[in-house]
Design a protein around this ligand. Structure first.
Ligand code: FHN
Length: 647
């Protein structure tokens, strides 16, 4: 039976209604939202180190953050290198919002169609070898004729820029195992097994063109490998893993990608996939050791909230901002990732543009795919649509609703469009993008979630007036005439919110750390923790003296909000988490669990110090504890040190 993951349903545009806490909620909202972690296979053998698979766990990444004095892997290791929501390391990614995905491999040479020896025709794209049960010998034979001489890196980068895509992720190696660069690890690659010019290296060409154009370049790499004979058997899998580490080292050291986009991490067969969460821990640590600036997606592990830097919903757009992790929606332009000549079912330019706006308004990134043909050329229908999106973004500065913009927070998502917020030198702006133009005289309502004033309003690309009226619970926008841009018309609102209290001068919370999972007896260690941002995973723990299992921590002190608003506290925890604010038990998840998100809200007053107590326990396996906060006026982040005091 084929165990191919069911291809995610194709979404034209996914708009989810969202419930919000009523404005200035006074009620205490406590909602536990369990994130169901994927079942991990039995713990696998050893991770590898930069030199290859060692006898002991790989040395952890040297954290890019301030805690550089972290010990080597094992007890004392914290794999959380910084707060991806606010770190310099992820800043470009959080600003750029819109990227180009490129699926290009030996499968492209078949252009979506395989004629079997009996004359029957089988169709698929990047999965064609497996879905059409092509014998490996026949697949290798067809790959030997692959000659993408028409691959024009400059033209592809120009197309991305023309589309307004500010980063590119190209398949360096897909499930077929065929490397698109001259790897030295094997001969199953575009240099050694093709009809292509052996002097060329398309990843090098793309890197050069992207650098020149100021576009970040990332590589997609499939863990699942249909070609490597050592992949499927757990006994020989370490040999595959050694080759995989060597290839990734070639890519990171040879091409300096800004990002690695892993895939093929899921439990599946044909061939069996032995990849485990423990493998993901070691690989992520290894890669961060190779390059601390790397951004890595969550498929490096098992696609969970605790893996990598960001989540990867596919062919869909989450209905609301994702809790506890950055996220990027990847999507095809037709129904396939790789080139499929028969698939002319293209999404409309308007649908793609609206998807991008919906994504940005929920603080997500949008990675939109092209699949070059066997010559290496991007299909014209793809280029046409990308051009249209870029045209919309360039018109009248409408791109401000996307680049550097994110979840509005201050208002509920309306049914008539999307609202994003951008705070830059140009001021504090809400970008209300109208996709469902109101009937004459009918106002558009913005339901406020927190107090703010509208200081100005204008329609981008038009001199049509926008009348803003304060009404109960928010504002009404009255528009006139016809929509200047039927795809989406942008109303730019200049807003002012209550001034925050001055930044605090806290240095962190008192942490009492116990060498047991019951917080009992005297603590083995007491210190000041700058934040609660810990991914101990399998091998780490709060300190070298604390074993990787059966430990617990109690943080105490006070917390100082900067806004008078309803604060939502979010924990990402494994095994248990409890949070008290001002003596109230807000989060109480004491049932041992895998990586889980818990949330609760409470109204707080700016500048006031509230008692805080946080407890975490770890029994066995992976361990994680992160404390984030957000308000309608403050996007989610790890609670910063300056707002935490030891007493
Ligand atoms: O199996 C792959 C598929 O071919 C494609 O690469 C997508 C893109 O994210 N990822 C996997 C399916 O989830």
């Amino acid at each position: 039976m084929r165990t191919k993951p069911t291809r995610p349903p194709r979404h034209r545009s996914v708009r989810g209604a969202r419930g919000f806490a009523p404005l200035l909620a006074t009620a205490l909202l406590a909602v536990a939202l369990p994130v169901i972690a994927l079942p991990t296979a039995a713990a696998s053998a050893r991770p590898a180190s930069p030199a290859g698979p060692p006898a002991s766990p790989a040395p952890p990444a040297r954290p890019a953050g301030p805690d550089r004095q972290q010990p080597a892997a094992g007890p004392g290791t914290n794999f959380a290198v910084d707060d991806p929501f606010t770190s310099d390391r992820t800043s470009w990614w959080r600003q750029d919002r819109f990227g180009m995905f490129i699926h290009f491999g030996a499968y492209s040479n078949l252009e979506g169609e395989y004629r079997r020896p009996d004359g029957t025709v089988c169709r698929d794209a990047e999965w064609i070898k497996r879905q059409c049960s092509i014998p490996m010998s026949a697949y290798e034979k067809q790959a030997s004729t692959f000659d993408p001489a028409g691959f024009d890196a400059k033209a592809i980068v120009k197309a991305a820029k023309d589309a307004g895509q500010r980063y590119i992720v190209i398949t360096a190696k897909h499930h077929e195992g065929y490397a698109m660069w001259p790897t030295k690890v094997n001969t199953w690659n575009l240099r050694d097994h093709s009809a292509f010019d052996k002097r060329r290296d398309i990843l090098r060409e793309l890197k050069t063109a992207a650098d020149r154009a100021g576009i970040k370049l990332g590589f997609y790499y499939s863990i699942w490998d249909w070609h490597d004979p050592d992949f499927a058997d757990p006994a020989t899998f370490p040999k595959y893993r050694e080759r995989m580490y060597a290839q990734l080292r070639e890519l990171v050291k040879g091409y300096a990608p800004a990002l690695l986009w892993f895939d093929g991490e899921w439990d599946t067969d044909n061939p069996h996939n032995p990849w485990t969460a423990r493998d993901g821990e070691a690989l992520e640590s290894y890669l961060r050791g190779l390059d601390p600036k790397l951004i890595i997606n969550n498929r490096v592990g098992k696609r969970r909230v605790t893996d990598g830097d960001y989540g990867t919903p596919e062919q869909e757009i989450p209905a609301a901002p994702v809790d506890g992790q950055l996220w990027e929606s990847c999507m095809t332009l037709n129904g396939h990732w790789g080139f499929a000549a028969y698939d002319q079912d293209w999404k409309s330019s308007a649908a793609i543009t609206r998807n991008l706006l919906a994504t940005a308004s929920r603080s997500g990134n949008y990675l939109l795919n092209v699949g070059p043909d066997k010559h290496g050329r991007v299909p014209q229908p793809s280029l046409d649509r990308l051009h249209d999106v870029g045209q919309w973004l360039r018109t009248a500065g409408q791109g401000r609703a996307v680049y550097g913009a994110g979840y509005a927070g201050l208002v509920e998502e309306p049914s008539w469009g999307a609202v994003s917020r951008s705070r830059s030198g140009a001021g504090d702006k809400l970008y209300a993008t109208v996709t469902d133009w109101p009937a004459a005289g009918k106002p558009l309502h913005l339901a406020a979630r927190a107090p703010f004033r509208v200081m100005g309003a204008r329609m981008l690309g038009s001199s049509q007036p926008v009348k803003v009226t304060a009404v109960k619970g928010g504002y009404d926008l009255k528009l006139s005439g016809k929509p200047p841009n039927p795809t989406a018309t942008v109303i730019e609102l200049t807003v002012r919110t209550p001034r925050p209290a001055p930044r605090g001068h806290g240095s962190g919370l008192r942490a009492d750390i116990f060498a047991n999972d019951t917080l009992s007896g005297p603590p083995a260690l007491t210190r000041i923790d700058r934040t609660i941002n810990y991914a101990w995973k399998f091998s780490g723990s709060p300190a070298p003296s604390i074993p990787a299992d059966h430990f617990s921590t109690r943080w105490t002190g006070s917390i100082q909000p900067r806004f008078s608003d309803t604060y939502t506290f979010t924990t990402v925890s494994d095994d248990t988490a409890r949070v008290w604010i001002d003596g109230r038990l807000l989060i109480d998840n004491t049932k041992p669990h895998d990586a889980t998100i818990d949330k609760a809200s409470i109204p707080l007053r700016a500048g006031h110090k509230y008692a805080i107590r946080v407890e975490h326990t770890e029994q066995t396996g992976e361990a994680t504890m992160k404390l984030l906060w957000s308000t309608p006026n403050q996007p989610q982040e790890i609670v910063p040190t300056t707002q935490l005091y030891r007493r």
